[in-house]
Design a protein around this ligand. Structure first.
Ligand code: NAD
Ligand code: UGA
Length: 472
């Protein structure tokens, strides 16, 4: 059997590496139109893989060149495959109909057209990307109207991995979900894909549904997870006003087995490429199906998240005597969570932008994020959110590069700073020599902990003005 995956990103790369590792007799090819990305996946040293994930380099080392291949030759990869995974990006549209809400399906559509054009034998096409419910119908329509004499089955097999724990999640998934047509051909295709996962996933964890349930389950799972974060973040605002401690509340409610302890960590706001995108997509779908009450219900999860990011920047500005103009604010972390180099929709970008608009100097240290990425993130935010910020708030690329300084060392970033903001919960930040940090800062030395990472008692004892999300 030969498997091809179109899209060598955060999902395609790790997922295919894990399939190749568990199914040595299957040849797995990952194809991408981005030659730089493919070159990085093929990098001999394994030090420049485009995705940083604990354990990933080891799996790639084991499989690459054996039964895992990375290529830019999309055509050949399509021709030779029995199963083709679509794992391309599906970002929120930034133009036209559905701007800032709907998923942009142009990459998925292009893949379907390429498959229709190049396929010379029957294929199972698997939606791995997160897609609006009923997208499989569009893919089928494109495939069937453009290919001659070739049969296609379209399955939905959404991915539930979280970044930072991708390898662990893929090796030991809570469940694998496969949706397909409830016809003899559809059921047979479901079985083929099930047999791939059954190499390492217990059969009772492989759930089979119809296509629409599978597509909608993915959006629903992300909406529920994000909703929990917005719920605890809403309570964190109340904690700050009342002297309650949000960490204690999370623990107290998490002990209720019906609520459970996971995803109750109050923070500066959720980031990542998917929660916001997928909920906006869900909201858009609800409006399209004329369900405004349902749309409003889910939209509130995003509003609460925006409020949380804004609340954090405002806390910094208010505490620093109502202006950060000319002040040095050190950012610990830029990635949207620890153990990843991914910065998409990271809260750090939004918080930095608000401080920059108030003319702060932002000094960033992140152990895995590259300088160019940080500038690109801020440029992107300026370009795509300009309307909402008003004319006076516009920053040019040059201004961004003058006001944002990226450091190789955390101590350098924090030296002579007026304040520190913890944006990502990297474990290493707990181990810093905080006494040394205190000595090197301007006084009063403020620390704004957006992740509840540090110990309030210890920080106060050292002399810091320490303020954390959800702690009065
Ligand atoms: P990504 O941007 O990291 O990777 C997508 C890749 O697809 C890019 O390398 C791009 O060059 C390539 N591509 C686009 N069009 C192509 C084409 N026509 N031919 C060949 N290559 C093409 O995206 P990602 O984070 O891997 O996400 C992919 C999908 O998986 C999205 O729908 C996302 O919602 C979903 N998802 C992501 C995660 C996650 O943790 N990142 C988790 C679950 C699901
Ligand atoms: C999330 C889901 O957890 C995955 O199941 C899903 O496959 C993926 O989205 C996707 O569809 O892309 P991911 O975004 O990689 O995974 O990471 P999470 O661990 O879910 O964290 C998302 C954001 O929420 C991060 O910014 C994190 O810091 C924040 N978070 C998470 C909190 O603020 N509090 C929490 O308790 C948990």
């Amino acid at each position: 059997m030969k498997i091809t995956c179109i899209g060598a990103g955060y999902v395609g790369g790790p997922t295919m590496a894990v399939i190749a590792s568990n199914c040595p007799e299957i040849e797995v090819t990952v194809a991408d139109i981005n030659p730089l990305r493919i070159a990085e996946w093929n990098d001999d040293t394994l030090e420049n893989l485009p995705v940083f994930e604990p354990g990933l380099a080891e799996v790639v080392a084991e499989t690459r060149g054996r039964n895992l291949f990375f290529t830019t030759d999309v055509r050949r990869a399509i021709e030779q495959a029995d199963i083709i995974f679509l794992s391309v990006n599906t970002p929120t549209k930034t133009y036209g109909v559905g701007k800032h809400m709907a998923a942009d399906l142009k990459f998925v559509e292009l893949c379907a057209r390429q498959i229709a054009e190049y396929a010379t034998s029957d294929k199972i096409v698997v939606e791995k990307s997160t897609l609006p419910v009923r997208t499989a119908q569009s893919i089928k329509t494109i495939l069937c109207n453009n290919a001659s004499g070739v049969n296609f089955q379209v399955l939905s097999n959404p991915e539930f991995l979280a970044e930072g724990t991708a390898i662990q999640d893929l090796m030991h998934p809570d469940r694998v979900l496969i949706g397909g047509d409830q016809t003899p051909e559809g059921l047979a295709a479901i079985e083929v894909l099930t047999s791939v996962y059954a190499h390492w996933v217990p059969r009772e964890r492989i759930l089979q549904t119809n296509v629409w349930s599978s597509e909608l389950s993915k959006l629903t799972a992300n909406a529920f997870l994000a909703q929990r974060i917005s719920s605890i973040n809403a309570i964190s605002a109340l904690c700050e006003q009342t002297g309650a401690n949000v960490e204690e509340i999370s623990k107290a409610i998490g002990h209720d087995s019906r609520i459970g302890p996971k995803f109750l960590k109050a923070s500066v706001g959720f980031g990542g490429s998917c929660f916001q995108k997928d909920i906006l997509n869900l909201v858009y779908l609800c409006r399209q199906f004329n369900l405004p009450e349902v749309a409003d219900y889910w939209e509130q999860v995003i509003r609460m998240n925006d409020y949380q990011k804004h609340r954090f920047s405002k806390l910094i500005i208010d505490s620093l005597f109502n202006t950060v103009s000319g002040k040095k604010i050190a950012f610990l972390g830029w990635a949207f969570k620890k153990d990843t180099n991914d910065t998409r929709e990271s809260a750090a970008i939004y918080v930095a932008n608000e401080l920059l608009v108030d003319k702060a100097e932002v000094h960033v240290y992140d152990p895995k994020v590259k300088k160019e990425q940080i500038y690109a993130d801020l440029d992107y935010l300026q370009k795509h959110h300009r309307g909402a910020m008003g004319e006076a708030d516009v920053l040019t690329s040059e201004e961004i590069r003058q006001l944002v300084i990226v450091h190789e060392s955390p101590y350098e970033a924090m030296g002579q700073a007026h304040a520190i903001a913890v944006l990502t919960e990297w474990d290493a930040f707990k181990e810093l020599d905080w006494k040394r940090v205190y000595e090197g800062m301007l006084k009063p030395a403020f620390v704004f902990d957006g992740r509840n990472l540090l110990c309030a008692k210890e920080m106060n004892a050292m002399g810091f003005e320490y303020k954390a999300i959800g702690r009065g």
